[in-house]
Design a binder for this molecule. Structure first.
Ligand SMILES: CC(C)(COP(=O)(O)OP(=O)(O)OC[C@H]1O[C@@H](n2cnc3c(N)ncnc32)[C@H](O)[C@@H]1OP(=O)(O)O)[C@@H](O)C(=O)NCCC(=O)NCCS
Length: 338
């Protein structure tokens, strides 16, 4: 597939700003040394191939909604927004607490956001940026004023802990942002989204849905865990994120030199380095935390955004670029003037 998706004019007709960010990771740290005792791997292999040193694992009984609500509370606190003020909650997740209700409804209950409409979207690791785009559309079109967007995943619940190809890569966590209309203010300049269903099987959970329900006969085959073709996923990640970033910058009428900070999906340090090469952006401009959290799926870019924001990596008026890739395939990028 040629990764030159169509660009489109998405300059919002109403300024949509991120007015607060938040994140949460579970307390339990799983190190590479501990993984050495679980599967045939080594700290040296994991670190040199991925850059990951440790990841967080949710506690027994700690669900995606619990992590999402904690990240949301942090974002709402920073934004100075009460639960009653939230018009809409969108969660990007592939590890919902339950098939139904949506995880967003569970979070609504925990937060007491009684005035919000709630739904989840399924776009794997791209879920947070897909949700930002949806939120932006609702706000730009005057449907809602205040939207809570969350990326949250408990990947540990769909990992085969005997599969060394996947179990070393992922972790649990949540990140959130409050988006709101703000007159004459900086905000989301553009968001670009794309998908390619032809590559669905390079990163997928084959079972557990209606196509292949879990039965007593197939239960031992772990069909409801994540399967991955690592090399192809690596290749598509670099191509897709490169295309998404280029498209978002073109839509925004900016070049890579205009960017102060790039917040990429946190899957693999080598993917981020290849992306930096491709976009000709110095690696120092990329915010990276995958060494501490691994790949937290939809949460990854949201946690990194919150971390970079709280560290003061950019100031009001700076241009930042978020860029993601995930199962589906899905990919997306957003240019934001902070
Ligand atoms: C998974 C990944 C780290 C593997 O790195 P790689 O350099 O491509 O490694 P290869 O695929 O060449 O595999 C090399 C060998 O290491 C082995 N290997 C795989 N996982 C291992 C592990 N945890 N420890 C030790 N060896 C491992 C493989 O079995 C393979 O052995 P073989 O040559 O005997 O078959 C890399 O392909 C990757 O990051 N892909 C993208 C994954 C991703 O980002 N997924 C989420 C996207 S949202």
């Amino acid at each position: 597939m040629s990764k030159s998706p169509k660009t489109r004019s998405t300059k919002p007709n109403r300024t949509v700003s991120i007015i607060g960010t938040g994140s949460y990771v579970p307390e339990r740290i799983l190190t590479n040394a501990e993984l050495e005792k679980m599967v045939e791997t080594s700290d040296e292999w994991i670190t040199s191939r991925t850059g990951i040193r440790e990841r967080r694992i949710a506690a027994e009984g700690e669900h995606t909604s619990h992590m999402a609500a904690k990240a949301a509370q942090n974002a709402m606190e920073q934004a100075g927004v009460t639960a009653e003020e939230i018009d809409l909650i969108i969660i990007g997740t592939i590890t919902p607490d339950t098939f139904t209700p949506a995880t967003a409804c569970h979070v609504q209950r925990i937060l007491g956001a009684k005035n919000a409409a709630c739904f989840d979207i399924s776009a794997a690791c791209s879920g947070f940026l897909y949700a930002v785009e949806i939120a932006q559309q609702f706000i730009a079109n005057h449907t809602y004023n205040t939207v809570l967007v969350i990326g949250a995943d408990k990947l540990s619940s769909i990992i085969d802990w005997q599969d060394r190809n996947t179990c070393v890569l992922f972790g649990d966590g949540a990140g959130a942002a409050v988006l709101r209309y703000r007159a004459r203010s900086h905000g989301v300049i553009t968001t670009f989204m794309a998908s390619d269903g032809n590559y669905g099987d390079i990163l997928h959970v084959p079972g557990g849905g209606c196509a292949m329900p879990t039965t007593p006969e197939n239960a031992g085959q772990k069909l409801n865990t994540l399967k991955m073709n690592g090399r192809e996923t690596f290749k598509q990640a670099v191509l897709s994120m490169g295309a998404a970033a280029t498209a978002a910058l073109a839509q925004a009428g900016l070049t890579a030199d205009d960017l102060t900070c790039i917040i990429p999906h946190q899957a693999n340090m080598r993917i981020i380095e290849s992306l930096a090469d491709r976009l000709k952006i110095p690696i120092e401009k990329f915010h990276v935390n995958l060494d501490r959290y691994g790949n937290t799926s939809a949460a990854a870019v949201a946690i990194a955004l919150d971390e970079a924001n709280r560290e003061g990596r950019f100031k009001v008026g700076d241009y930042i670029l978020l860029v993601v890739f995930g199962g589906g395939l899905t990919y997306a990028s957003s240019v934001i003037q902070w």
